[in-house]
Design a protein around this ligand. Sequence first.
Ligand SMILES: Nc1ncnc2c1ncn2[C@@H]1O[C@H](COP(=O)(O)OP(=O)(O)O)[C@@H](O)[C@H]1O
Ligand SMILES: [Mg+2]
Length: 264
Amino acid sequence: MLKIQNVHKVFSKGTVNEHYALQGIDLELKTGEFVTLIGTNGAGKSTIMNLIGGDILPDKGRIYLDNEDITYEKEHKRARKIGRIFQNPMLGTAPDMTVEENLAVAYSQSKKGLFGIGIKKEDSEFFKKCLEDFDLGLEDKLKTKVGLLSGGQRQAIALLMSTISTPKLLLLDEHTAALDPSAAEKVMNITNKIVREKNITTLMITHNINQALKTGDRTIMLHKGKIILDLSGKERENMTVSDLLKLYENNSNDIFDNDRMILS
Ligand SMILES: Nc1ncnc2c1ncn2[C@@H]1O[C@H](COP(=O)(O)OP(=O)(O)O)[C@@H](O)[C@H]1O
Ligand SMILES: [Mg+2]
């Protein structure tokens, strides 16, 4: 359903700062597949997501979503098909709007612009029901401004907003990395629940290797702009973090430099 074909990205081309961020990425995701993406700092993980999301354009290669070539499609057009959550909880929600207003805006986009004449009671009840499932106490905060909520609560609302109309694809760029461990766990549980219940094809970047191996169906490792590992099925099930680091060292010819990645 998502097909990335021979994608290359060079930053600051032709200058002293020229940097080859992606060097021929080929990747296919099946419908409903939940894939985790790992790699050391600067490996090109966010660059892949930014290319899929349309913030930047590739120097070479093609990107297809459900057989539609979206390589050069405008970012706002893709946004209707692709849900995105970033590391910073401030990015996904509007702080001066209430929880219910934020959700209504996202919901109305799925119903093609019916927003503007207040929030219907039935919609409000629907939002409340969705939030009850999260177990973050958000169901009593529908009239609270989002700016007053915790990072975890904001990420949970951002998740609900970006999936309320069931996107074709969900992109998560370290969306729990800025949260404390307990909030991160809750947001991860909500993520799993939504992705599985709605069967949303998902690509999630994480710096936690153990989480990457335990979450979803498949794990991909990026190194210096290339995919060096693609694990699924039994091989992935049996993989430990130390096995994975050995594989990394074999496939990359690099010593694993223990930077931001969490290993356990
Ligand atoms: N807009 C940009 N301009 C110049 N260089 C960039 C830009 N975005 C990313 N890079 C560089 O490309 C490389 C890959 O970045 P990124 O995809 O953000 O890595 P990751 O998310 O894996 O840590 C890094 O060396 C980064 O500095
Ligand atoms: Mg990144």
